[in-house]
Write a protein that binds this ligand. Structure first.
Ligand code: GLC
Length: 386
C-alpha cells in the first residue's frame, strides 16, 4: 500500500495547483499568490513525487517574473496584493533566498536529459543580480527587508525593531514590516536598493546563496560560479561563525541599526552554514544541535529556538515552531556531510510534524499541533526527505 504521507502530499499539491497559472498557491485562503521560495520548494516536492513535468513548470513560473536586470521578485500577485511591497504593480520589490538554483538542479535530475537552458540562464542572471547589487565589504550578501530572508519575524531582528517596538507581537511586527517598505529606497526598475532602517547579511540567506552558486557551477561547469561559491562560503565562516553558540550569526550593517545581541539568537536556520562551510568541525558542532533536545531537537522538531531561550514561544510565527523549508535545508546539510543519523532524525521529525499538524505551514515542536495556514503546500516537502 502506498505511503499515507505520499498520498496526502500529492492530495495537497493537487488541490493547490492552478493549472492555468502553472503553480501551487501556498494556501488558497491565506496565501493566494506566488511566493518565490515556496514555489522552489513545491518544485522539489513535485520532483520527489515523480512529477518532473510539473516540477519544471512551477520553477519556470517562479523564475518567469524575473525583471530585465535579473532581479527575481519574492511574490507575483494573483489578484489584489493585500499589502504594499514596493512600487511595482504586479510583483514585490523584494526577493527571497535564492533556493531556485538548488531547485533547478533537483528538477534537472528528475527530468533527466540535462537542465533546461532557459531556467539555467535565469538562475544565472538572478544570482548575478545578487552578486552585483548586494555585496558587503566583507564579501557577504545583504538583505533590505525581513521578507527577503523568508524568516519574516525571527528574533534575530529584535534589535532592529527595538527602537520603535516593544515586546514582540504579530500585529506590531506586521506594522513594522510596512514601515520598512516605506523606509526603503528603490532603483529605477522599482527594485529595493537600500534601507536605512534595516540591513543585515543573514547567515541563512548567505548559505543558501553560496549553496546555489555551487549548484549553478555544477549545472553549467562554469568555474566563475565555483569560485564565487567558495569565496562566499569562506566569508560566511570568517565573518559569521559564532564559536559560543556553535552556529552562524547574522551581520547587521552598521548604518541600519540592529547591532545588538539579537543577531546571534540561536535559531534553526543558523545551522545552514553547514550547507557550505569547508570546515568539517564547524559543521559537526552545528549539526549535532539539530537533534539535541536542549537546542533544536524535539519530537516534532526542528524547534526554531531552544526552549530555554527568553524569546521562545512554541506557537508563535517564527518564534519557536518548526518550519518545513528549514527542516529540508538542514536535512540537505546533514546529507552533505554524510551524517546519515542526523538526516534520518530530521526526516523523522519532519514526517511526524507534517502528519500530526495536517500539513500545516508550521507547527508546535512538542505537540505537533498545526499553526498558521493549513494545509500549506510546502509541507509536502516531507516526501523529499528520505
Ligand atoms: C510567510 C513566510 C514566508 C513564506 C510566505 C508564504 O510570509 O514567512 O517565508 O514565503 O509566508 O508561505
Amino acid at each position: 500500500m502506498a505511503d499515507p504521507l505520499v498520498l496526502a502530499a500529492r492530495r495537497v499539491l493537487e488541490a493547490h495547483w492552478d493549472d492555468e497559472r502553472g503553480y501551487c498557491v501556498p494556501n488558497p485562503a491565506v496565501y493566494p499568490h506566488l511566493w518565490l521560495w515556496d514555489s522552489c520548494f513545491h518544485a522539489v516536492a513535485w520532483a520527489a513525487l515523480g512529477e518532473a513535468e510539473r516540477a519544471g513548470r512551477e520553477l519556470r513560473r517562479a523564475l518567469g517574473h524575473q525583471l530585465a536586470s535579473g532581479f527575481v521578485p519574492h511574490m507575483a500577485y494573483a489578484g489584489p496584493p493585500g499589502a504594499r511591497r514596493g512600487p511595482l504593480a504586479s510583483v514585490s520589490s523584494f526577493t527571497q533566498p535564492p533556493v531556485y538554483a538548488h531547485a533547478a538542479a533537483v528538477v534537472a535530475r528528475a527530468a533527466g536529459g540535462g537542465p533546461d537552458a532557459d531556467v539555467v540562464a535565469r538562475v544565472c542572471r538572478g544570482l548575478e543580480h545578487l552578486w552585483a547589487t548586494r555585496r558587503t565589504p566583507e564579501g557577504l550578501l545583504v538583505v533590505h527587508h525581513p521578507w527577503e530572508t523568508g524568516a519574516d519575524a525571527t528574533p534575530r531582528w529584535d534589535d532592529h525593531r527595538r527602537p520603535t517596538g516593544g515586546p514582540w507581537d504579530r500585529d506590531g511586527a506586521t506594522r513594522w514590516e510596512e514601515e520598512l517598505v516605506d523606509s526603503a529606497t528603490y532603483d529605477a526598475e522599482g527594485v529595493v536598493a537600500a534601507n536605512p532602517r534595516f540591513g543585515v547579511a543573514p547567515a541563512a540567506f548567505n548559505a543558501v546563496a553560496a549553496h546555489g552558486a555551487a549548484a549553478l557551477a555544477a549545472l553549467t561547469g562554469d568555474g566563475t560560479w565555483a569560485r564565487r561559491a567558495q569565496a562566499l562560503a569562506e566569508a560566511v565562516d570568517a565573518h559569521l561563525w559564532d564559536p559560543d553558540e556553535g552556529l552562524w550569526r547574522d551581520l547587521p550593517t552598521a548604518t541600519a541599526g540592529g547591532g545588538g545581541s539579537s543577531a546571534r539568537t540561536p535559531t534553526a536556520d543558523a545551522l545552514l552554514g553547514a550547507l557550505v562551510t569547508p570546515d568539517a568541525a564547524k559543521a559537526a558542532v552545528a549539526l549535532a544541535q539539530a537533534t539535541d533536545p536542549e537546542r533544536f531537537g524535539a519530537r516534532f522538531g526542528l524547534r526554531y529556538l531552544p526552549r530555554s531561550h527568553p524569546a521562545y514561544d512554541p506557537d508563535a510565527y517564527w518564534r519557536g515552531p518548526a518550519w518545513p523549508p528549514i527542516n529540508y535545508l538542514v536535512w540537505l546539510a546533514a546529507r552533505r556531510w554524510g551524517d546519515a543519523a542526523t538526516a534520518a532524525a530530521v526526516a523523522a521529525m519532519t514526517r511526524r510534524g507534517v502528519l500530526a499538524s495536517g500539513f500545516a505551514e508550521y507547527w508546535n515542536p512538542d505537540s505537533g499541533a498545526g499553526r498558521g495556514a493549513r494545509p500549506q503546500s510546502w509541507a509536502a516537502l516531507a516526501v523529499a526527505l528520505e
